[in-house]
Write a protein that binds this ligand. Structure first.
Ligand SMILES: *[C@@H]1O[C@H](CO)[C@@H](O)[C@H](O)[C@H]1NC(C)=O
Ligand SMILES: *[C@@H]1O[C@H](CO)[C@@H](O)[C@H](O)[C@H]1NC(C)=O
Ligand SMILES: *[C@@H]1O[C@H](CO)[C@@H](O)[C@H](O)[C@H]1NC(C)=O
Length: 752
């Protein structure tokens, strides 16, 4: 290069000048990056579909508490420059098949702009969403196979939210902030945590991570905030397995509160009427307005009544999952339901019974209240951090991704010590379930033996190889999922791991639920590797977050020490005692490659098992109203209190003759609306995305006809006035006839 010095001197000057010019351009628009956010409804089938999470056959959807959404942000260095997309999904977890189909759709839209390498899809871990969207047998047993409708609504929502984010890309800045969330999670396997080395535990104040990390996106041109995405670890199990209403659990609730909070700060409050309406007048007025009979309407009518319209100018707030493995939101602890005493410490059972040891949320025994409280604790902290965020992220956008076959990864613990992972397997501690949702009777967390009866049953399904039995020690193999391929693979073998970099922020996409200590080790290992690999772009101030349940799902990852106890989390650590060590080794390789600018091999692609899925015929097969009635007619009208009006906290409800909500999912629409009389017009003020409004679906006593019950818990913020409840639905008379849409409204009632 020396000999070219003179020749290159002028162009070097030119380069400097153009750099200065470029910097001026960039700083004059004041945006470090291009930023886009998007959000789309993914609620899915609200009747008769098994919920994903508790693996309980009886827990099927029967209505909506509030809607599920896919929320996305995209950051790019420039319009053609390096970028990534992060999708936060109100689902139990990511699914390999969902990821595969989403990537196919993105490829046909955008070519190679968005690929497996730079798209992360992370589930919030609600246990109250429709299931059947995962491709491995273990995850679709209780839904009796694959549920196309669940799958399609998730894939579509991810695609739509990503398209929105892409089309919204504009110059902007990203700020980061961190802080502790108080009392939104406790360790549900503290006895396992205690097995981690004392000197390691001594580095941390708690046996769960309390830190929340938030990103704040700001539009440079207008200075307007575009969104906030936070990461914090706590299970989506505030709602128990007795719940049948679709819900985003505490994280979905936090997102709803956060977005509504932002909307309320950026719109001026409605002018307060100088005189509050006279209650006598209101009652009189309400009495004159009777229920309207059900009538047919257009397909998009319910969208028109939606209170929050998805018009592309939205603010997106997301609460993402992290190293959630052993963290429960049921922060009061676990108690025996017979004696009320705390459960056995090591086994979480009551005299050996796993069925009656149950965690309690802060709203116990009201799990909706628990969901609200745990949601609010995350939401409040997110608002604090959002408002006070000052550290701006600058620097490169980058990513690394690799597929690994976890069946037999050789792990070099040190020079003389090479161990390996095993084919996937589940132990008896998995069958026992947790204090958030007990599993099969007859099992306990921490079991290291299996009864003869279960061994016989297991062997009838698949007798594990001797290699597998030895490899999984001390986990006794109850289900040899990694060696079962009938009718198709029971467990994943190929897993993606991914690192995303946004300046000083590193996001680690992990395909499962890391326990608290497993997550800490991973973050530390990656950070240390980045810092020590010679690049001066990383230092102690580099932020590392884990994005849990991302891109595919492979259950839990516990530490080697925790694995020795075989509680639920380690019994569900699929690939044996060295599963975490394999992750550490492979993530360090990715981190090093990123820090030194190397590429990494792609690894073996995961299989696409869509063509071999078993697809149950779930219906619905046709609906009609009872003879002489119309869809949308009232069954039970508002039941007025003696006073003639409702007060805040009370729950007016109305029941309509309806049809299954699964004909048309009314995506981005609503099944239920609270309307308020303003002048002579009815205005929608709450819809089925509101925490205060419940849409409940069931069959009537004859089992022939569908009922939709709309229940409104009048919130503190409601203003005095005349209200009514309104229902929207769709139906087919027979399986193949055309979909019709209908609506109906209750009588009016006064609220004071
Ligand atoms: C839990 O198990 C450990 C290890 O076996 C034992 O030392 C401890 O006493 C047990 N704790 C209780 C409360 O049973
Ligand atoms: C993973 O590796 C195992 C062991 O080499 C092999 O038998 C299996 O076919 C691989 N799985 C996939 C999906 O490639
Ligand atoms: C980074 O943190 C470690 C541990 O806290 C400390 O030993 C080291 O000196 C720090 N390095 C810098 C550059 O601040």
């Amino acid at each position: 290069m020396r000999r070219c010095k003179i020749q290159y001197y002028p162009s070097f000057i030119w380069l400097i000048l153009s750099l200065i010019w470029l910097v001026t351009i960039v700083t004059s628009t004041n945006g470090e990056y291009l930023i886009g956010v998007g959000s789309y409804d993914m609620t899915g089938p609200a009747a008769g579909v098994n919920m994903m999470g508790y693996a309980d056959i009886e827990q099927t959807t029967a209505g909506v508490h509030f809607r599920l959404r896919a929320r996305t942000f995209i950051v790019a260095e420039s319009s053609q420059g390096s970028r990534f997309a992060f999708v936060n999904l109100d689902s139990g977890m990511a699914s390999q098949l969902v990821t595969i189909k989403v990537l196919e759709k993105l490829q046909s839209r955008y070519g190679s702009l968005y690929t497996e390498e730079n798209v992360a899809i992370s589930g919030i871990h609600t246990h109250a969403g429709p299931g059947g969207y995962l491709q491995y047998v273990v995850y679709s047993v209780t839904s009796f196979g694959f549920v196309q409708q669940s799958f399609d609504s998730i894939v579509n929502a991810i695609e739509q939210s990503l398209v929105q984010a892409h089309e919204n890309l504009k110059p902007g800045s990203v700020f980061i902030n961190k802080g502790d969330v108080a009392n939104a999670g406790i360790n549900r396997s503290p006895s396992a945590y205690l097995l981690n080395p004392e000197e390691e535990r001594a580095q941390y104040q708690n046996n769960v991570d309390t830190l929340m990390t938030i990103l704040k996106f700001v539009d440079s041109a207008s200075g307007k905030s575009l969104g906030g995405f936070s990461w914090f670890a706590t299970h989506g199990t505030s709602m128990s397995k007795n719940n049948r209403l679709i819900s985003g659990d505490n994280k979905g609730a936090a997102a709803r509160f956060f977005e509504d909070w932002f909307a309320s700060t950026s719109t001026s409050p409605p002018a307060n009427p100088s005189t509050s309406p006279d209650i006598g007048e209101l009652i009189k007025k309400a009495q004159t307005i009777k229920a309207t009979g059900g009538k047919l309407c257009g397909k998009t009518t319910s969208q028109g009544f939606k209170v929050r319209k998805n018009d592309g100018s939205l603010f997106v707030g997301a609460f993402c999952q992290s190293n959630v493995g052993d963290v429960t939101p049921n922060v009061l602890g676990a108690f025996c339901s017979d004696t009320g005493k705390p459960c056995d410490f090591n086994h979480s059972s009551c005299n050996g019974d796993n069925q009656i040891c149950l965690g309690r949320g802060p709203g116990y025994p009201d799990e909706i209240l628990s969901t609200k409280i745990i949601g609010e604790r995350q939401f409040q902290k997110a608002v604090d951090l959002f408002m006070s965020a000052t550290e701006q992220l600058t620097g490169k956008i980058n990513y690394r991704h690799v597929y690994l076959n976890f069946t037999n990864i050789e792990v070099e613990l040190d020079e003389n010590n090479v161990v390996q992972t095993c084919p996937a397997a589940l132990g008896p501690g998995f069958a026992a379930g947790t204090t958030d949702g007990p599993g099969f009777p007859g099992f306990q967390q921490g079991d290291k033996q299996i009864s003869e009866r279960w061994i016989k049953l297991r062997d009838a399904l698949k007798k594990p190889s001797q290699f597998q039995v030895d490899c999984q020690q001390p986990k006794p193999v109850l289900l040899d999922t990694g060696e079962m391929f009938d009718p198709y693979a029971w467990a994943p073998a190929i897993l993606p791991i991914q690192i995303l970099r946004l300046g000083k922020l590193i996001i680690l996409s992990v395909p499962g639920e890391f326990t608290t200590m497993a997550g800490r080790r991973l973050r530390e290992a990656v950070k240390e590797t980045l810092i020590s690999s010679g690049s001066d772009e990383f230092d102690n101030e580099t932020h590392v977050v884990i994005a849990g349940l991302s891109n595919t799902y492979s259950q839990y990852v516990a530490t080697f020490e925790e694995y020795m106890q075989q509680r639920y989390e380690s019994s569900s650590t699929l690939y044996g005692p060295h599963t975490l060590s394999a992750y550490l080794q492979e993530f360090k390789k990715l981190a090093k490659a990123m820090a030194t600018g190397q590429t990494v091999p792609k690894g073996p692609p995961p299989p696409d098992l869509s063509s071999v899925q078993l697809r149950p015929e779930l219906g619905p097969f046709g609906d009609s109203p009872p003879p002489g009635l119309n869809f949308g007619d009232m069954k039970d009208d508002i039941n007025l209190p003696k006073t003639g009006f409702f007060k805040k906290g009370e729950r007016p409800s109305a029941t309509f003759w309806s049809a299954s909500p699964s004909y048309d999912l009314l995506t981005e629409g609503t099944f239920a609306v609270v309307e308020m009389l303003q002048g002579e017009r009815w205005t929608p003020v709450y819809d089925d995305d509101d925490f205060s409004l419940y849409f409940k679906y069931q069959l009537d006593e004859s089992g022939l006809y569908s009922l939709a019950k709309i229940e409104w818990e009048i919130p503190d913020g409601a203003t005095s006035g005349a209200y009514r409840l309104r229902h929207f639905g769709s139906a087919r008379k027979t399986k193949d006839s055309q979909i019709i849409y209908f609506t109906g409204a209750s009588s009016a009632f006064a609220v004071s």
